[in-house]
Design a binder for this molecule. Structure first.
Ligand code: OAD
Length: 236
């Protein structure tokens, strides 16, 4: 703990990579593990372009249910600790796989959202993207003014990450002196590949997770516990 604190304090270029685990203490279910979202829903039925083409109403019902959960949730001490770190570190970027927007609500500003944003929609017809915070729609599935179907502006299984977002993440991680990996199972690619990229590029890597991940053994430091408890102690 003390060594990790010192590394975080002294690093001039820090990247934090977060996953669903950081929002677990805010009451938002994770994807894998006990109580994970994918336990009760099959991802291939809900989070793929094929699923949306087959049944857009069902996919939207699931996303609106998630929007409702997120709207009622508040950022937790883990989110706030990372917002503080942004203020302190000379150079800082938060790369998140989460679509919930809780990092921004905690005050983080330099946020790169790898998997999109659940509060944005994209028209499958004209391609227009806009913010949309509705928790229900008069007509399901919702449509754009051009008549095209609206979809959540998130990355689904089988889809590529937006090229510019991914390039920016890779560049930041390759230049980082320290990567702080929080609450991700590190099983979903390409996001998970940022961890070995950091090591190859000479960064120190610290992990905070309730459970071990495929990378835990060869990281500089793997801390076992809740992000909402450990991060405030690491970043005071
Ligand atoms: P996962 O659900 O795969 O993993 C959550 C991780 O958080 C696990 O390793 C848990 O041990 C850990 N965890 C749970 N509670 C925690 C806590 N309080 N403090 C610290 N760690 C905790 O979530 P992700 O790795 O984010 O993608 O999943 C990656 C992607 O898979 C998601 O972005 C989503 C999903 O499919 C898309 O939707 C494209």
């Amino acid at each position: 703990m003390e060594q990790a604190r010192a590394w975080i304090q002294s690093a001039s270029t820090v990247v934090a990579l977060t996953g669903a685990g950081i929002s677990a203490e805010s009451g938002i279910p994770t994807f894998r593990g006990a109580g994970g979202l994918w336990r009760s829903f099959r991802p291939e039925e809900l989070a793929t372009p094929e699923a949306f083409a087959r049944d857009p109403k069902l996919v939207w019902e699931w996303y609106l249910w998630r929007r409702g959960l997120i709207a009622r949730a508040e950022p937790n001490p883990g989110h706030y600790a990372l917002a503080r770190l942004e203020q302190r570190a000379p150079r800082f970027l938060l790369v998140t796989q989460n679509v919930d927007g809780l990092h921004e609500r905690a005050g983080s500003r330099a946020v790169l959202k790898l998997h999109g944003d659940i509060w944005e929609v994209r028209c499958t017809g004209c391609g227009a993207e806009q913010r949309d915070e509705r928790l229900s729609f008069d007509r399901m599935p919702p449509r754009c003014t051009c008549g095209g179907l609206l979809r959540p502006a998130v990355v689904w299984f089988g889809e590529l990450l937006p090229a510019r977002v991914w390039q920016e993440a890779e560049r930041a991680v390759a230049e980082a002196e320290l990567l702080l990996v929080v609450g991700t199972s590190a099983l979903v690619y390409p996001a998970a590949s940022l961890v070995p990229l950091a090591k190859r590029s000479g960064a120190r890597v610290i992990e905070v997770n309730l459970e071990p991940t495929p990378y835990s053994e060869w990281l500089d430091c793997s801390l076992r516990g809740k992000a909402g408890e450990l991060l405030p102690r690491l970043i005071s």
